[in-house]
Ligand binder design. Structure first.
Ligand code: PLP
Length: 391
């Protein structure tokens, strides 16, 4: 059966161009980049070239990039690293209710150690109001952490403005750009960010590689101590193949920044319009004008997201009901909850996340099969007037 993958916010396939670049580093180019011999020097050069490519996608300097094991590690490092250097100076963090668990759970964990955290709320638009961040900053605030693109709603937050507010308050600003990197333009200077987390597997590089941008001069303690790699900021022998792959993926994203996102946006809009035309009583979640190009979060009244997901899966389409990290968990999405969606819309939500391999045919197939699935499920749900469904 034909399979269509529309869950790119959970993870993406490795692009052939990326795979081609990384394979030699699992084969003949296996040397430790800290080794002095020629083989070691060759892998060192590859690591530093990749660093330049990552930096270039972000408008950063290569020495401001630290390679990590994943986006979660980058977020943990940003939050814990800033707190550690600020010991005794302040212990308040401002973040938002819609962050990924990589930030939220880290905040919860530091709360148990006496750190105060303010979780700024959002409204139905899913967009953080910079004024709310400004109001939450206190004299003892040491860090503001607000994500760039939301993994569930796709909403892109007004990061530049929030970064400016943090800077005016003399507070370090971190943004989780795991979902936005490679999908929309990023410039750490325009965004006024001191720390920025990204992850390889969200932009067609492998799992197990991430990076943290650390603006020069930002006081940061390491999370992991050992052999002094990454200028002593993240010890451990480098994941050379992963780093090289991330560099190549960033290079491709930069080269394709005009056409790639525009194509995804067209596909997303085609899907949204097609489903809206054919299925009554649907709602788009989040401000669609501020949406990541490939993300469509939609609620279907009087039908559960789980049965929709399962039926779509049986029809060959892979989507998600919330963030993959929360799946298997029947709790409603914390993001949609924070946006104040009523229970039935929260329960009936699906997230389509389009990516590099998707085509118009994929979109048209979903538009063809989903109305029938919704109609059938509504008919058996008992919550829906059948005449309305067949209209
Ligand atoms: N932040 C956001 C916004 C994410 O969507 C994810 C993954 O879904 C992460 C952080 C964690 O990244 P990783 O899977 O590389 O640990």
């Amino acid at each position: 059966m034909r399979r269509i993958y529309m869950d790119h916010n959970a993870t993406t396939p490795i692009r052939p161009e990326v795979l081609e670049t990384l394979l030699p580093f699992y084969q003949e180019k296996f040397a430790n980049p800290s080794s002095v011999h020629s083989e070691g020097q060759e892998t060192r050069v590859a690591v530093e070239e990749a660093r330049e490519k990552v930096a270039s996608l972000l408008g950063a300097k290569p020495r401001e990039i630290v390679f990590t094991g994943c986006g979660t590690e980058s977020d943990n490092m940003a939050i814990r690293g800033v707190l550690a250097t600020n010991e005794g100076k302040g212990h308040h963090i401002v973040t938002t209710a819609i962050e990924h668990p990589a930030v939220l759970e880290t905040c919860k964990s530091v709360e148990t150690q006496g750190v105060d955290v303010t979780y700024v709320a959002v409204g139905r638009s899913g967009v953080v109001d910079p004024d709310d961040v400004a109001k939450a900053i206190r004299d003892d605030t040491v860090l503001v952490s607000v994500m760039h693109g939301n993994n569930e709603s796709g909403c892109v937050q007004p990061i530049a403005e929030i970064g400016r507010i943090a800077a005016e308050g003399g507070v370090i600003f971190h943004t989780d750009a795991v979902q936005s990197t490679g999908k929309i333009p990023i410039d750490v200077n325009e965004m006024n960010t001191d720390l920025l987390a990204l992850s390889g597997h969200k932009l067609n590089a492998p799992k197990g590689i991430g990076a943290l941008y650390i603006r020069e001069g930002t006081p940061m303690d390491a999370l992991i101590y050992g052999g002094h790699q990454e200028r002593n900021r993240r010890s451990g022998t480098e994941n050379v193949a992963g780093i090289v792959a991330l560099g190549r993926a960033c290079e491709l994203a930069r080269q394709e920044m005009e056409e790639g996102p525009a194509r995804l946006k067209r596909l997303r809009n085609r899907l949204e319009e097609g489903l809206q035309e054919r299925i009554p009583e649907v709602e788009i979640n989040g401000d669609r004008e501020r949406c990541l190009p490939g993300t469509l979060n939609m609620s279907f009244r009087a039908v559960g997201g789980e049965p929709l997901l399962i039926n779509l899966d049986l029809a060959g389409v892979a989507v998600s009901t919330g963030s993959a990290c929360a799946s298997g968990n029947t709790e409603p999405s914390h993001v949609l909850k924070a946006m104040g969606l009523p229970k039935d819309l929260m329960e009936g939500s699906l997230r389509f996340s389009l990516g590099w391999g998707n085509t118009e045919e994929d979109v048209d197939y979903v538009i063809e099969v989903l109305p029938g699935i919704v109609s059938r499920l509504r008919a058996i749900s008992g919550k829906w007037n059948e005449e309305k469904v067949s209209a």
